[in-house]
Design a protein around this ligand. Structure first.
Ligand code: CP3
Length: 343
């Protein structure tokens, strides 16, 4: 009797690139590939609030699979949000459509420190990841969480912020309280990532979306030790670390313990590789607004990114930030097909 071996995500182009091994083609996925750009997402989400949908394993599973089916991307990213673990430990917050996370009582004193997270707080995450890993077969699932600085920014500002002024005031003005906050957020983030890995996620991405607001020296003092502790706790899977406007921080973010450094569209990948140094893969970095350009321009820019990515020991193609809601999914498909066709 012959048995067909179960298809294994470990052999996928995505995980091979993360491990800096030879690949059959450059793997590609998109930050925010599950979301408002897809009509089937808008239809399914109709009438269900964002955070409620994140707590329903049936919806999470279907929404995560939608872009895999439609676009043929090389990896799925778990549908959730960086504030889900905060909600799970009792922080009073909501995700307001068109705005983002809004926190009812912004963080001010030690009395506002959130409690730690245990797997029992998020049974719906374990359930959804387990179901997804079964459905996805050979396609790897990327788990994710928000990094301590970016989560702190939402807690301290009370919502989205342009300059992160209150966050920085706390960081520079009350360094002990800042450290206590980031330490607790690191615990929560690490626990949230472990739940996803223990349920079968093949890789993780730690989003420090807004840390580009800091100069490198302050990043190293006030942020890096906490992010490093999170990344050290998930070293059993490839770790992607990403932020926006982090051109000056790429080296230090790699040193925090990333296997793959996410790069936004501002720094060409070959220059990013020079800043990051050897022994890491890179992810990125097509400008998300390029999807609105004529198709031949899109295809040509995709090839430029592939060319620049050759400088890296491993390259995972992505946008330089998330898919914009107005994006035509057919252009995303064109990008996937152009990446897979190669140079
Ligand atoms: O497809 C994927 O990438 C997985 C899903 C995902 C979401 N949020 C779903 C979501 C991921 C990885 C996130 C992470 C996230 N959430 C980050 C880091 C990534 C980044 O963009 O830098 C941040 C900063 C957040 C906070 C947040 N949540 C914002 C800024 C918003 C957008 C607000 C808006 O309406 O424009 C959200 C809400 C959110 N999270 C949506 C989705 C699909 C949109 C809500 C909706 O569809 O109703």
């Amino acid at each position: 009797m012959t048995t067909t071996p179960a298809a294994d995500p470990a052999d996928s182009a995505f995980l091979r690139a993360c491990r800096r091994e030879p690949v059959p083609h450059t793997p590609v996925w998109f930050m925010r590939q599950a979301g408002r750009a897809l009509p089937e997402y808008r239809a399914l989400r109709e009438g269900t609030a964002m955070l409620d949908s994140c707590m329903r394993p049936d919806m999470v599973t279907e929404i995560t699979l939608q872009p895999v089916r439609r676009l043929g991307v090389d990896a799925a990213i778990f549908f959730s949000d960086i504030v889900v673990p905060l909600k799970a430990v009792g922080v009073d917050l909501d995700i307001v459509p068109g705005v983002g996370p809004v926190v009812a009582q912004p963080f001010r004193t030690a009395a506002d420190l959130p409690r730690a997270l245990t797997p029992d707080d998020v049974p719906y995450i374990t359930e959804a990841v387990s179901a997804l890993v079964g459905e996805l077969g050979a396609t790897p699932l990327i788990g994710f969480a928000g990094a301590p600085f970016t989560l702190a920014s939402y807690l301290v500002e009370g919502g989205p912020s342009k300059n992160h002024a209150k966050t920085k005031a706390l960081m520079y003005g009350e360094p002990q309280l800042w450290s206590a906050l980031l330490d607790r957020l690191a615990d929560i983030t690490l626990a949230f990532l472990r739940v996803q890995i223990d349920a079968g996620a093949s890789a993780v991405q730690l989003f420090d979306s807004w840390v580009g607001a800091l100069p490198a020296a302050d990043y190293r003092t006030f942020v890096q030790p906490h992010s490093a502790r999170v990344l050290a706790g998930v070293s059993d899977v490839p770790r992607i670390h990403f932020g926006v406007g982090t051109g000056e921080l790429l080296h230090d973010m790699a040193e925090a313990g990333a296997d793959v450094v996410g790069v936004d569209w501002r720094v060409p990948l070959d220059e990013a590789v020079r800043r990051i140094g050897p022994g890491r893969a890179v992810q990125g970095n097509l400008d998300p607004t390029l999807v609105f350009a004529p198709r031949e321009v899109v295809a040509s820019k995709v090839r430029d990114v592939l060319e620049e990515g050759k400088a890296a020991e491993g390259h995972v193609f992505n946008l330089g930030h998330g898919v914009l809601p107005e994006t035509d999914p057919d252009v995303l498909k064109l990008i996937v097909d152009t990446v897979h066709a190669g140079l």
